[in-house]
Design a protein around this ligand. Structure first.
Ligand code: SF4
Length: 145
């Protein structure tokens, strides 16, 4: 059910032709995408990432810099909502599990958002992954439309 809802919300965002300046897009990462052996405190400040490449935080951070979007790590649903509700944020591209996305996207509605369900090569909540091309396509669509 969660997956279907995320898909529906994504379609809705597309139909609404949501668009904005890159700096008004928030790219939101889940804490579990950080490598479990990494001790950098990226939840406080994503710039703490040393870009070693052991996890996708490096790629996502570089992607956000390339497009000029905001980028942050959410340690939980509550913080994610707080970050997404910031006045300067017009749209959100969020990476998380289907359940978190469903709650978050509903929580910030009517603010447009795109949810990208993460991958679990090691099971839930640890060393999760994401398809970078899907994240990039979502950002490009929001900037272009
Ligand atoms: S890419 Fe960044 S967050 Fe990931 S393991 Fe390396 S320093 Fe840590």
């Amino acid at each position: 059910m969660s997956r279907r809802l995320v898909k529906m919300m994504n379609t809705l965002t597309r139909l609404r032709r949501a668009s904005c300046e890159p700096g008004q897009i928030l790219l939101l990462l889940p804490r579990c995408i950080q490598h479990s052996g990494c001790e950098q405190r990226i939840a406080n400040d994503i710039q703490e990432c040393r870009r070693c490449g052991r996890c996708k935080v490096k790629d996502l951070l570089e992607m956000s810099e390339r497009y000029g979007t905001r980028c942050a790590v959410a340690t939980g649903g509550h913080l994610a909502l707080e970050l997404a509700r910031d006045e300067g944020v017009r749209t959100v591209v969020a990476i998380a599990c289907a359940k978190e996305l469903q709650e978050g996207m509903k929580g910030i509605f009517p603010k447009p958002s795109v949810g990208i369900i993460n991958l679990w090569p090691n099971g839930p909540c640890v060393d999760t992954d994401v398809e970078l091309d899907r994240v990039e396509a979502a950002i490009e669509r929001l900037i272009k439309e």
